[in-house]
Design a protein around this ligand. Structure first.
Ligand code: SAM
Length: 444
């Protein structure tokens, strides 16, 4: 499909956008990934490291990620290179040593996995997605990324008003008209119209206004889109500064192009090996409304004797809490904050789900397998060859030697999930929703 005519005319009339942007949008998209610094480095066709992201790489071709077990183990995340500018932005902000960060529009999890790596096991990351089906994908990706300090919620931005001043930083990677995706995603071309740009711009303002109270005074709002027009980018940043009470923060991103009137920065596919991406930062200068007293009790209880969990999980420095019939490990330091979030929002991932205590033994959850808590715990592994690992990820079961009990199904020493070995056969405990549906035998 051709680029929308009105879009082409607008780019030509816009003094800010270079003319070769239109040609760049007709070329092949580069492929980039970001590695998980806490897991095994995969073998991929690496071409060059991204100058603005410690763990970001351009690849020389697009591998079939689905056929790489280490992709499912959360060892890396395919992420467009421009979006990875967020890392450089976060590193420049004077955030507290252990910040509490909200990623407001987080599915499928590209920015959230990046923020998780940036936090380096300190602070707390709340990743939110308003659309139910998308929030499940977010939960899956955050679970596979395997960081301990992650909570996932499924709420409307306005719900965060119940947590005034909680966050040191909010990342609002807003839904947009997607002009920056025109090369990769032809459906975005089809959906584009001037009217939709205006609609997106209004919705973005609403999202920013709705979440504003949740940001601390002096806290940072990182606003980003994957579009090129002023209405959704610089205009919204000016509006936010003026109407909500913030100062625009100057950031150094030498590789990216400064935005119109010097507001924010752009990754443009005509300048860099990226899709289109816009990013700007504001600092809140207004106060925060006081927290309303809420009589609702949190249903989270601290587990007094978590010894059943300790055979599989090394939860030193973590509190084990119970929610419904399940146990979760959360950073002790953040237990009160997590209880508050749990009380006020629809939480769908709460730290690391360890499992379900049962009469004889704990039934471990997949999140535990993918977390740091099984490392150094001498939990027995079922070391799988690549074909076996792919069969496991499909949900199959096959003959396998092994000790009876719960074993970590692993590939290249990276856990993928659990099996329950019964001596002569095993039960595959890989979650049904995560299973590979592609016929891996014929896919080569
Ligand atoms: N940050 C994500 C990442 O890096 O993987 C991409 C986010 S995408 C640009 C925008 C997200 O906003 C989508 O997941 C979409 O479902 C969500 N969204 C749509 N309408 C919304 C609304 N009214 N309020 C908040 N989020 C919304």
């Amino acid at each position: 499909m051709k680029l929308p005519e009105d879009f082409v005319n607008r780019v030509k009339e816009d003094d800010f956008l270079p003319d070769d942007l239109l040609t760049a949008l007709e070329t092949v998209s580069p492929v980039a990934v970001r590695l998980n610094p806490f897991k095994t480095k995969p073998e991929l066709p690496f071409k060059s490291q991204l100058p603005w992201s410690e763990n970001g790489w351009l690849l020389s071709e697009r591998p079939k990620f689905t056929l790489d077990p280490l992709f499912h183990a959360g060892c890396y995340y395919p992420q467009e290179a421009g979006s990875q500018l967020l890392e450089s932005v976060l590193k420049q902000l004077p955030l507290p040593a252990s910040p509490v960060i909200l990623d407001l529009c987080a599915a499928p999890g590209g920015k959230s996995t990046l923020i998780g790596s940036f936090l380096n096991n300190s602070g707390l990351l709340v990743s939110n997605e308003v659309i139910g089906a998308r929030s499940k994908v977010l939960k899956e990706n955050m679970t596979k990324w395997g960081i301990a300090n992650s909570v996932v919620t499924n709420n409307d931005p306005a719900d965060f008003r119940r947590l005034p001043g909680l966050f040191d930083c909010i990342v609002a990677d807003a839904p947009c008209s997607g002009e920056g995706m025109f090369r990769k995603d032809h459906a975005a071309r089809e959906e584009w119209s001037e009217a939709n740009v205006q609609l997106c711009s209004a919705r973005q303002k609403r999202i920013l206004a709705d979440v504003w109270d949740a940001l601390k005074e002096g806290g940072f709002m990182i606003y980003s889109t994957c579009t090129f027009n002023e209405a959704e980018n610089e205009d919204n940043v000016r509006w936010l500064a003026r109407e909500l009470g913030a100062e625009i923060v100057s950031i150094q991103l030498s590789q990216a192009r400064e935005g119109r009137s010097g507001i924010g920065h752009y990754a443009l596919p005509s300048d860099l090996d990226t899709e289109g991406f816009y990013i700007a930062v504001l600092q809140k200068i207004t106060g925060v409304p006081s927290q309303k007293k809420d009589k609702k009790q949190s249903a989270l209880q601290t587990v007094k004797d978590a010894s059943q969990a300790r055979t599989l999980a090394d939860t030193e420095g973590m509190a084990v809490v119970q929610w419904s019939d399940f146990w979760f490990a959360v950073l002790e330091e953040y237990q009160p904050v997590i209880s508050l979030i749990h009380q006020q929002l629809r939480v769908i991932k709460l730290g690391t789900e360890i499992g379900q205590p049962a009469r004889k033994e704990l039934i471990p959850n997949e999140a535990l397998a993918l977390s740091p808590f099984v490392r150094g715990k001498n939990v027995p592994h079922a070391a799988l060859e690549r074909d076996q690992a792919l069969a496991y990820l499909r949900g199959d079961t096959f003959p396998l030697e092994g000790k009876q009990g719960f074993l970590l199904a692993s590939y290249n020493q990276e856990p993928l999930g659990w099996i329950k070995h019964l001596g002569n056969r095993f039960n595959n405990l890989y979650p049904k929703d995560w299973r590979i549906r592609m016929d891996v035998r014929s896919a080569g």
